[in-house]
Ligand binder design. Sequence first.
Ligand SMILES: NC(=O)c1ccc[n+]([C@@H]2O[C@H](COP(=O)([O-])OP(=O)(O)OC[C@H]3O[C@@H](n4cnc5c(N)ncnc54)[C@H](OP(=O)(O)O)[C@@H]3O)[C@@H](O)[C@H]2O)c1
Length: 259
Amino acid sequence: MTDGFTLGFIGTGAISEAMVEGFIAGGFADPIIVSERSAKRSTRLAARHSNVTVYPDNQAIVDASDWVVLAILPPQALEVASALSFRAGQRIVSVVAGIKLETWGPLIAPATEVHRAVPLPPIERGLGPTAICPPNVDVEALFDSAGTAVAVDDERQFQALAVLSALMATFFEQVAVSAKWLEDEGVPGEQAASFSTSMFEALAALTRLENANGLKGMAEECLTTGGVNEQVLHELRDAGWFGTYRERLDRIMTRFDNA
Ligand SMILES: NC(=O)c1ccc[n+]([C@@H]2O[C@H](COP(=O)([O-])OP(=O)(O)OC[C@H]3O[C@@H](n4cnc5c(N)ncnc54)[C@H](OP(=O)(O)O)[C@@H]3O)[C@@H](O)[C@H]2O)c1
């Protein structure tokens, strides 16, 4: 676990709160400074954690921090960052969607180290991936303390990792539709939800135990000739379901390309 530095957040929105909770639960015990904006969240964080302090002024956060996490919305991000003076030796981590490393470079000078990260809401519970670009052992250690850091050198690969975050709602819908179908078949709601959530949890956990080659073969290994898994998989394949799914990912990639 990385420690021994002050971590400042510019923007205390939903994802900052999730990161702070995840990092602290993961063992981060050094000072954290959050901005007062979104007072409900910043007040809540400071009340819950003795190492969290709220500052009203963005520049004061930058001045007091060794690492600065930029977590404001894209439309405000460049204006907010342009108004700040960073210093040499600071490490900047931007979670702002769509703003490239080359854009941040001049804005953070004389600091030279900037990383992009895409944490996801489950980070609050120490779960899930955070995409990082470029790789850095300390940045990865921080995000590994609250989930799984996945670092790549190439910014387009990083963008592709971010595309997969567009699947969260669809996954929840799949679990919910499965539970609802059980209910429609007469299974009581509690049992329907319990079965659906437990099954998808178990299947997701099994994928984590496989290496990359195993992952590709997991569906096939699940098939029995003439069995029900074979029927559903083949019928969905024949209906173009997986092609449609991939096309949706292509479309998000294009959307990010054009952002
Ligand atoms: N939510 C996610 O799952 C997620 C995941 C990965 C990356 N991201 C990225 O993270 C960034 C933040 O997203 P979010 O979901 O946390 O948004 P959010 O909940 O809307 O939070 C944005 C925060 O920025 C604050 N802010 C606005 N102007 C500011 C200023 N001048 N100085 C200081 N703070 C200011 C807002 O304060 P007020 O409320 O007072 O205006 C709010 O606290 C976005 O760029 C997003 O793309 C989000």
